[in-house]
Design a protein around this ligand. Structure first.
Ligand SMILES: Nc1nc2c(c(=O)[nH]1)N[C@H]1C(S)=C(S)[C@@H](COP(=O)(O)OP(=O)(O)OC[C@H]3O[C@@H](n4cnc5c(=O)[nH]c(N)nc54)[C@H](O)[C@@H]3O)O[C@H]1N2
Ligand SMILES: Nc1nc2c(c(=O)[nH]1)N[C@H]1C(S)=C(S)[C@@H](COP(=O)(O)OP(=O)(O)OC[C@H]3O[C@@H](n4cnc5c(=O)[nH]c(N)nc54)[C@H](O)[C@@H]3O)O[C@H]1N2
Ligand code: SF4
Ligand SMILES: [Mo]
Length: 666
C-alpha cells in the first residue's frame, strides 16, 4: 500500500487537500491532508465517497451508442469517427453554432478548460453564459466593486461580528464552520439570517428567520436605521463611493414599518443588527441561496451597499464575502481556451438553454455535447429540458455514470475520475490555494479523460496541432505567469498546494475595479449593459407581494437547497438511504394541511409535480417547503420539475428558489 497527496475535484466552497491510499492499483481510502493550511486534514463524506465513485461497478466503461431504446457498446474508433463526421457536416451545412456545448462546473480541475479550447478551435459553438449557481451575485458584485472577491479564511480572526447570510455553512462549507466554532470561543458574535433554522443557526448568537427573497429589504431597513442613528461611515461614503444620493432617495421611499411587514423581522432586531454592523469589524458571509430569485442581483447589491455604508469594505475582519473569482482569474485562461480562434459565436444563458434549443432557427441546434454537467436533473424546468434534449438530432454526453442526462444521449463517452488523470484543482468560492492531483490509478475499461476525447476529435477535424500537448504542457500553459512567481507544476508536485497571489483583504487600498474607481451604489456597468444601474425596491417573481393570483393557487415557497451527503446529483446512486424524496415543511404548513411526519404528499405547480415523504422542520419562516436538489429520476426526482427557468434581474442568474407550489396528502 502507498499513500499520496491529492485534491478534491468537487464543486464546493472548500477545495480540500486529500491523502489517498492506493493498493494493487486501486484507490482504497481517502482522508484529509493535515498539512493543508485551510482544510487541515478534515474532509466531508462527499470527498471520502470519491473512492466508491471511482471503484463503483456502475461506472460507464465503454463508449455507447443508442440503437432504438437501447445502448450498444461501440469502439472508440467508431464513436470518434461518427461524432467528428457529424461535427464536420454540421459545420458545413449550418455553421458551427448549430452545436451547443452544455456544461456546468462538476470538476474543479484546470484542464476542464480544454473543452472550451476545442469548441473555439472548431470555429465557435453556441456557448452558455451566466450561472444557475451564483450568476446574479457575481454580476451584482461586478457592478458594485468591479469584481467578486472574498477575504482570506484566516481574516475571520479579525472580525468582531460575523453575519452568515443565507449560507448553509454546516452542510456546504465545513471549514468555514470550523473557523466559526473557533472565533465563537474567542467571543465573536455570530448571526444567522436564513428562512430555515440550519446547523449553523444552532451555534449562532442569534438566528433571524427571514421571508424568502426579502433580504434586500432587511438590508434597506438596517441602512435606514444607520442613517437615523448617524452611525454610518461618512468618510468611506464621501471619499470612495458613487451614487449615494440615489441610495438615500431609495431608503426614503419606504418606511421601516413596511420593511418589518415585508421581511417578517421585528423592528428592534433591525435596529440591533444596524448597530452590530457599525460596531465592527463585521464580516458578511453571503450564501448563494438568496440570490436564486428574480430580484437576486438587487438583493446582493443591497447587502454590498449595507457593508459599504457600515464601513466594512476593505478592512481586515470585514468584507462582503460571496464568491472569490480572483482565484480563478490568477490562471491564464485564454492560453488554454484560445478565444481568438472562434470565428462565430452565439450565447444562451445556462438557465434558458432548453427554451433556446427549442426556439433557435438561425441556425437550429443540431447537436448538443455535454461535459461536466447533468442538465436533466440540475437545470431548472426539467420537463422542458427533457423536451429540448429529445428534440436534438445528436446528443453526446461525456460521463462517468448513467445519469438522467446520459440516458437521453445518442453517444455516451466514458470519462475518467480525479484519480485517473493528473490535474490541478481550485475553487473560486472561498480560499486561494491551488492543489495538485496526480494520476494515481489506471482508468477502468476503456475510460478516457475528457482532454483525450477533445484531442482525438480535434485530430479528426483538422486542428490537431492545437492539441499536440501533454497534460503537463497544458497545465503549464494555464499556470502562465504564475510560474514566474514560483507557482510551477514542479513546485506543486513537491508541496501539493500553493497559495495564489490574490488580495487577502480585497479593496484594502480603496481602489475599486469599477469604471469610476469607486464603490458604486449606482452602477455604470449596469447602465452600459442597458439596465437602470440604481438600487431598487424589488420582489421575487413568485410571491404574494408580486403575484397574488399565483400565490392563492400555490401558497408555499419551495426551496431546493443543496443536499448534505451528495454534491448535487453525484452521490445519490451510491447511498441507498438517500434514494427517496424528503419533503421538509414548516410547522404552519403541517398545521394548515393536516400533515404529519412520513405522510406521502404531492408537491406541484403548473410546471410539474413530485411526490415524497413529509418531514417537519424544527424552526423556520412560515409557508416553507424544502426539497434537496440533485435527486435522480429513478429515485423520484428531479425537483427541477417544479422550478422556473426564467433569469434573474441582472440577466445572468437563475430563479430556482423563486418558486411557489401547493402540497396535498396522497
Ligand atoms: N453538501 C454539499 N455542499 C455543497 C454542495 C452540495 O451539493 N452539497 N454544492 C456546492 C455548490 S456548487 C454551491 S453553489 C454551494 C452553495 O452553498 P450555500 O449557498 O450554502 O447553499 P444553498 O443550498 O445554495 O443555499 C444556502 C442557504 O440559503 C438559504 N436560503 C434560501 N433562500 C433564502 C433567502 O431568500 N434568504 C436567505 N437569507 N437565505 C435563503 C437556504 O435555506 C440555505 O440555508 O455549496 C457547495 N457545497
Ligand atoms: N433545484 C436546484 N437546482 C440546482 C441547484 C439548486 O440549489 N437547486 N444548484 C445549482 C448549482 S449551485 C449548481 S453548481 C449546479 C450543478 O450542476 P451540475 O454540475 O450539472 O451537477 P452535478 O450533479 O455535479 O453533475 C455533474 C455531472 O458531471 C459528471 N462529472 C464529474 N466529473 C466529470 C468530468 O471530469 N468530466 C465529465 N465529462 N463529467 C464529469 C458527474 O458524473 C455528474 O453526473 O446545479 C444547479 N441546480
Ligand atoms: S466536497 Fe468540499 S468539503 Fe467535501 S472533501 Fe470535497 S472540497 Fe472538501
Ligand atoms: Mo453551485
Amino acid at each position: 500500500m502507498a499513500t499520496f497527496k491529492s485534491a478534491c475535484p468537487l464543486n464546493c466552497w472548500d477545495s480540500c487537500g486529500f491523502v489517498v491510499e492506493v493498493e494493487n492499483g486501486k484507490i482504497v481510502k481517502i482522508d484529509g491532508d493535515k498539512e493543508h493550511p485551510i482544510t487541515k486534514g478534515k474532509i466531508c463524506g462527499r470527498g471520502r465517497m470519491l473512492e466508491a465513485r471511482t471503484n463503483s461497478s456502475e461506472r460507464i466503461l465503454y463508449p455507447l451508442k443508442r440503437v432504438g431504446d437501447e445502448f450498444h457498446r461501440i469502439s472508440w474508433e467508431q464513436a470518434l469517427s461518427e461524432i467528428s463526421e457529424k461535427l464536420s457536416d454540421i459545420k458545413h451545412t449550418y455553421g458551427t453554432t448549430a452545436v451547443l456545448h452544455s456544461h456546468d462546473y462538476a470538476n474543479g480541475g484546470l484542464l476542464t478548460k480544454v473543452a472550451e479550447r476545442f469548441f473555439n478551435c472548431y470555429g465557435g459553438a453556441t456557448e452558455l453564459i451566466g450561472s444557475i449557481c451564483w450568476g446574479s451575485g457575481i454580476e451584482a458584485q461586478n457592478w458594485d466593486f468591479g469584481n467578486a472577491c472574498s477575504h482570506a479564511p484566516e481574516d475571520i480572526y479579525n472580525s468582531k461580528n460575523i453575519i452568515i447570510w443565507g449560507r448553509n455553512v454546516t452542510r456546504t462549507n465545513m471549514h468555514l464552520f470550523g473557523y466559526l466554532q473557533e472565533v465563537k470561543k474567542k467571543g465573536a458574535k455570530i448571526i444567522v439570517i436564513d428562512p430555515i433554522y440550519n446547523g449553523t443557526a444552532k451555534i449562532a448568537t442569534s438566528y433571524i428567520p427571514i421571508q424568502p427573497g426579502m433580504d434586500g429589504f432587511l438590508a434597506i431597513g438596517m441602512m435606514k436605521e444607520m442613517l437615523r442613528l448617524h452611525i454610518e461611515d461618512k468618510e468611506f461614503i464621501e471619499n470612495h463611493t458613487k451614487g449615494y444620493t440615489d441610495l438615500v432617495h431609495l431608503l426614503d421611499s419606504i418606511t421601516i414599518e413596511e420593511v418589518v411587514t415585508l421581511t417578517n423581522v421585528p423592528r428592534e432586531t433591525i435596529t440591533e443588527l444596524a448597530t452590530i454592523y457599525c460596531d465592527g469589524p463585521t464580516a458578511t458571509y453571503m450564501g448563494l441561496g438568496m440570490q436564486r430569485y428574480a430580484n437576486g442581483g438587487n438583493t446582493i447589491r443591497l447587502i454590498d451597499a449595507l457593508v459599504a455604508v457600515s464601513g466594512n469594505v476593505g478592512i481586515p475582519g470585514g468584507g462582503a464575502n460571496f464568491g472569490n473569482t480572483q482565484v480563478g482569474q490568477s490562471f491564464d485562461s485564454p492560453a488554454l481556451t484560445l478565444p481568438q480562434r472562434k470565428s462565430a459565436t452565439r450565447q444562451f444563458t445556462m438557465m434558458e438553454q432548453a427554451e433556446r434549443i427549442l426556439s433557435a432557427t438561425e441556425p437550429p441546434i443540431k447537436m448538443v455535447m455535454v461535459s461536466c454537467g447533468n442538465p436533466l436533473t440540475q437545470v431548472p424546468n426539467t420537463n422542458l429540458v427533457k423536451e429540448a434534449f429529445k428534440s436534438v438530432e445528436t446528443v453526446v454526453v461525456l460521463e462517468q455514470f448513467m445519469t438522467d442526462t446520459a440516458r437521453l444521449a445518442d453517444y455516451i463517452l466514458p470519462s475518467a475520475t480525479v484519480f485517473e488523470e493528473e490535474d490541478i484543482y481550485y475553487s473560486s468560492m472561498y480560499h486561494h490555494f491551488v492543489n495538485y492531483g496526480p494520476k494515481l490509478v489506471e482508468a477502468p475499461g476503456e475510460v478516457k479523460s475528457d482532454v483525450w476525447v477533445w484531442t482525438e476529435l480535434a485530430n479528426r477535424l483538422g486542428f490537431g496541432e492545437d492539441f499536440a500537448y501533454s497534460r503537463e504542457e497544458f497545465i503549464k500553459m494555464g499556470l502562465g505567469s504564475l510560474q514566474d512567481q514560483g507557482i510551477t507544476l514542479e513546485a506543486l508536485k513537491e508541496v501539493s498546494h500553493l497559495p495564489l497571489p490574490v488580495k487577502l483583504v480585497p479593496w484594502f487600498d480603496k481602489e475599486f475595479s469599477t469604471s469610476s474607481g469607486k464603490f458604486e451604489f449606482t452602477s455604470s456597468l449596469g447602465e452600459v449593459k442597458g439596465y437602470d444601474g440604481r438600487l431598487k425596491l424589488s420582489y421575487p417573481r413568485e410571491s404574494s407581494f408580486s403575484n397574488k393570483e399565483l400565490a392563492s393557487k400555490y401558497p408555499f415557497t419551495l426551496l431546493t437547497i443543496h443536499p448534505l451527503r451528495s454534491n448535487h446529483s453525484q452521490h445519490y446512486h451510491l447511498i441507498e438511504s438517500m434514494q427517496y424524496i424528503k419533503v421538509e415543511i414548516s410547522k404552519d404548513v403541517a398545521e394548515k394541511k393536516g400533515l404529519q411526519s412520513n405522510d406521502e404528499v404531492k408537491v406541484y405547480n403548473d410546471r410539474g409535480e413530485i411526490t415524497g415523504k413529509v418531514h417537519i422542520l424544527q424552526e423556520s419562516s412560515p409557508n416553507i417547503i424544502c426539497i434537496d436538489e440533485g435527486q435522480w429520476h429513478i429515485f423520484g426526482g428531479s425537483v427541477n420539475n417544479l422550478t422556473s427557468h426564467e433569469i434573474s434581474d441582472n440577466g445572468l442568474g437563475s430563479t430556482l428558489y423563486d418558486c411557489l407550489v401547493a402540497i396535498e396528502k396522497i
